[in-house]
Design a binder for this molecule. Structure first.
Ligand SMILES: Cc1cc2nc3c(=O)[nH]c(=O)nc-3n(C[C@H](O)[C@H](O)[C@H](O)COP(=O)(O)OP(=O)(O)OC[C@H]3O[C@@H](n4cnc5c(N)ncnc54)[C@H](O)[C@@H]3O)c2cc1C
Length: 380
């Protein structure tokens, strides 16, 4: 593996570094999530104006056709600058690549530009109360009618649905199909339809980032099918592979390196390093970060060869979960904060949020199942 950078990659990274330095991005204190999202839209629009969002998308659709190495550099520079993440993450990282892979040209031209500018936020309407890990058992129905479908069902955990213009929805078009995976279709749902009822759910962090979404006879025109009818499982496979593997690892590595450096300084200053439990937790986080780094480099090699993320993305997701949860535990040990206290501060919030890491985007148990079956070839 050759880890040296080409001249054009160095230039790519330094021009983004210069751009970030010239564009102040420290957010104010937000009153609530809506306030944060409004600020995030404006910040993402600033990035998009100079084509610094969705750099992995083709230039023809507003990206920069960045190579995997350039994407990694972009993410690292972004994380190092400590700028808040672009608000339309579902659109940029999941929906965009899905439409690029399976959408029609009309769909790409219509939906991709406002994803980048954050004029239209997207949500992912996949999970249901009885269909999370076992997504193929979803029961939301899309019944064929003149010119399209009527969609009825209930989705849950839908991040940012309360701010979304559109949702990428999986619904069952053929309940009689031989296998549950075969009767599913991916649809673009208009979140402003009167049949869409979004009810925010408050998490233990106190935020309401995700929602329940009730769909009642929501009309979806036929041209809002992504891929073809019945091909939804394949479409969802693309979306989930991007969710698990390609969109976060480099950013997360740099973000957590910064956290760890901060924690180490605090432990040195408050005497925590003399406590073997604290010292062990920090050392463990250092090792976990090193493991994530190696996985990242391996993924980069695969992507550089033009290969898809594949089931290895489960390995990255699992490594990231172990790392962020361990580091968050270390954060509480070093700072001595009680996560249930109102004054517990950002480390406690980080610790509370880290619990979601083992669930969002597929649980850790399910990732282990995928690794066992599809990578290691173990029997079920
Ligand atoms: C912060 C956050 C944001 C999210 N955002 C979205 C979103 O925007 N859109 C969306 O569609 N979804 C979203 N999700 C949902 C997420 O994808 C699901 O929570 C996840 O897939 C697990 O499904 P579930 O909650 O139904 O749990 P279940 O599938 O019911 O699992 C319950 C438990 O059983 C275990 N289990 C289940 N099956 C197996 C198996 N085969 N082998 C071993 N163990 C198993 C699981 O590991 C888990 O411990 C989000 C979740 C979180 C936490």
């Amino acid at each position: 593996m050759d880890l040296s950078l080409r001249e054009e990659d160095e230039e790519f990274a330094s021009s983004f570094r210069d751009w970030l330095a010239g564009h102040p991005h420290r957010p104010p204190a937000f009153v609530d999530l809506a306030d944060e999202v409004a600020w995030g839209r404006a910040w993402q629009a600033t990035l998009a104006a100079d084509r610094w969002v969705g750099v992995h998308w083709p230039s023809a659709y507003g990206g920069r056709s960045a190579t995997p190495v350039q994407v990694a550099l972009y993410q690292s520079e972004y994380a190092r600058s400590q700028a808040p993440q672009p608000v339309n993450r579902v659109g940029i990282n999941l929906v965009g690549p899905t439409l690029l892979a399976h959408g029609t040209e009309d769909q790409r031209l219509r939906y991709l530009p406002p994803i980048l500018s954050a004029e239209e936020i997207w949500c992912q309407l996949f999970s249901e109360p009885d269909a999370g890990s076992d997504l193929a058992s979803l029961s939301t129905r899309a019944t064929p009618v003149d010119g399209g479908y009527l969609v009825t069902g209930r989705k849950v955990w839908t991040s940012y649905a309360q701010f979304a213009s559109w949702g990428l929805c999986l619904a069952r078009t053929d309940p009689e199909a031989a296998r549950p995976q075969q009767g599913i279709t991916a649809l673009i749902v208009d979140m402003s339809d009167p049949g869409v009822d979004v009810r925010p759910l408050v998490q233990m962090t106190g935020d309401a980032e995700f929602n329940e979404v009730f769909l009642t006879d929501v009309f979806v025109p036929a041209e809002h099918v992504v891929g073809t009818e019945g091909q939804g499982w394949t479409v969802a496979g693309s979306t989930l592979a991007h969710e698990r593997g390609t969109n976060f690892p480099f950013k997360e590595q740099v973000v957590h390196e910064t956290y760890l450096a901060r924690l180490y300084d605090e432990a040195r200053d408050n005497g925590g390093l003399d406590d073997p439990l604290v010292a062990d937790a920090l050392a463990r986080s250092y090792v976990d970060l090193g493991v994530l780094r190696l996985h990242n480099l391996r993924t980069l090699t695969r992507l550089g060869r033009g290969e898809e993320p594949g089931p290895e993305s489960s390995w990255i997701k699992l490594t990231w979960t172990t790392m962020t949860q361990g580091l968050s535990d270390a954060g509480l040990l070093v700072t001595g904060r009680d996560p249930s206290s109102a004054e517990a501060g950002p480390w406690a919030r980080q610790w509370l949020w880290s619990k979601a890491a083992g669930i969002a985007g597929g649980t850790s148990q399910v990732q282990r199942d995928i690794i066992a079956g599809r990578i290691l070839g173990l029997p079920r």
